[in-house]
Design a protein around this ligand. Sequence first.
Ligand SMILES: Cc1cc2nc3c(=O)[nH]c(=O)nc-3n(C[C@H](O)[C@H](O)[C@H](O)COP(=O)(O)OP(=O)(O)OC[C@H]3O[C@@H](n4cnc5c(N)ncnc54)[C@H](O)[C@@H]3O)c2cc1C
Length: 557
Amino acid sequence: MRNFNEIQQTNYDLIVIGGGVNGAGVARDAALRGLKTILVEKGDFACGTSSWSTRLIHGGLRYLEYFEFPLVRESLKEREILLHTAPHLVKPLLLTIPIYRDRSRPYWKIWAGMILYDIFSADKTLPPHRMLPPAQFKQLFPSIDSDGLAGGAQYYDGQVTYAERLCLENIISAKEAGATVLSYVKVIHLNRQGNRITSLTCKDYWTDQEFIVNGHDKSIVINTAGPWVDYVCQSGMKDGKEAPIGKTKKIGGTKGSHIVVNPFVGAPNTSLYVEAKSDGRPFFIVPWDGMYLIGTTDQPFKGNLDQLKADDDEIDYLLRETNNIIPNARLSRKDVKFTYSGVRPLPNAEGKKPGSITRKHIFFNHSKEGVTNLISLIGGKLTTYRQVGEEMVDLVFKQQGKFVPPCPTGDKPLPGSILPGDPRVQRVLTEYRDRVSNQTMDHLFSMYGSKTLDILALIDSEPDLATVIFPELPDIKAQIVYAVRYELAYTLVDIMRRRTTLSMHSDYGIDLLPSLTETLSRYCGWDENKCRQEKERYIDYINNNCLPDFDSLKTSL
Ligand SMILES: Cc1cc2nc3c(=O)[nH]c(=O)nc-3n(C[C@H](O)[C@H](O)[C@H](O)COP(=O)(O)OP(=O)(O)OC[C@H]3O[C@@H](n4cnc5c(N)ncnc54)[C@H](O)[C@@H]3O)c2cc1C
């Protein structure tokens, strides 16, 4: 139960709608620069597009083809910042591009792209590219199709294995800096008087209680609802009557799906960036969390944003194209462990090829539509969320007619930031060596960074929390308790899908449910009823969002 009375009595400088990575980045920046900030998210933090990406922190090599040079430059700058401010979450990733004579991107073009990418990365710490002649390529990658091979290229980008946790750390940092952050609260009306939004009507998911978030005469409302941006605008109210804001559609989302598979015959030990044989689209095969993440597709989307799932033909496309490049892989539908889909919040560009729609972010100021204190974000990659926050908060100060304080997020570490040589790492390795395995320690540090120390501290008072959740997995019970007590997790889906990656392991996480609910009832006060409801909710989620239609597990759930 949450008490919304205090919130109703506060007048906020900044109201952020949507707790994906962009909303989280804006709220963190605003709170750190002293704005009285509230962020409202209709589901869990990062439950939208931010949890459905390829998890790359990348300059976007592909964007060079569309001459989006400023976007590449900006993304590479952000990549470098994240490698330093979140080294526990964002790690360098080596990518390999096989180049074939019969495909649309010849050797010289990739080479030119590599040189440009290096030039744009000139002041960065990651190593430059190298080109591989065919003989060397075949030696390094004997399992990759060599028919028509013209050689290869290798370069570095970043990977954020736990993208949901990148968003969460921004939320936690915003909260620590004084922002109010609410999950499971939906904005249902933007209430307008004259040409300003004066308040928001919100609804708590758990109690159906409605309450008001108030602004003041200089407040700004930021719409970072990702692919839902237009729906938020449609919820405008004026003088108690429905009054949608603006008539034009701003978002023209495209759907992208991924599959997760176990390591397979011929699987590469670096990431592959491959041009699909059937349609020339580039896609990734990425080692990820002990498995492989393969994606993505890119299709115009007009359906229900809250019921997204990979279609059979998207899954078959990704399997077929992986088998084309690694013929011994022979992946089939039965190898698919997990799937997920998201909709990119791209600008509406009716009739344009999905891959060619710009990936740069646009701030839409609704003054043109008669509302002077609403700004919507259109687009915005995971990689550039910090930059979006910086620019947006600068704009807010300017629009409020105030001095713009310097943005702190360019060098302020995220809450879990820690470097491998930190003396605290060695101390806990020694202190907990009899209770926690090395594999679990590595896992905890790569997921929680310095917050590993807080998780381990739970074991001091409750030794049972050092027990692993499932024999083959490194995760321990303390993570579950930590998620509920300190990471704003409410449901099994929050815990298994966004605080950890337990959903992706062992039969969609179904096998883990008894151990998890036992822990939650023992340490977090979940009663029998809550445990049953949560198991049902979890199974619905897996069925609706992650389980392919052809998968036989569905009948056994
Ligand atoms: C398939 C795919 C692959 C991608 N790969 C990459 C990649 O490798 N690297 C990269 O940099 N980018 C990638 N992206 C892009 C990136 O993931 C997104 O652009 C980014 O996550 C968008 O974040 P966001 O916060 O704007 O939107 P979202 O994460 O969608 O957040 C919006 C939030 O608003 C909430 N909301 C909606 N309506 C309301 C309401 N009425 N009240 C309250 N809350 C509301 C939603 O629940 C949601 O959580 C990829 C995207 C896709 C789809």
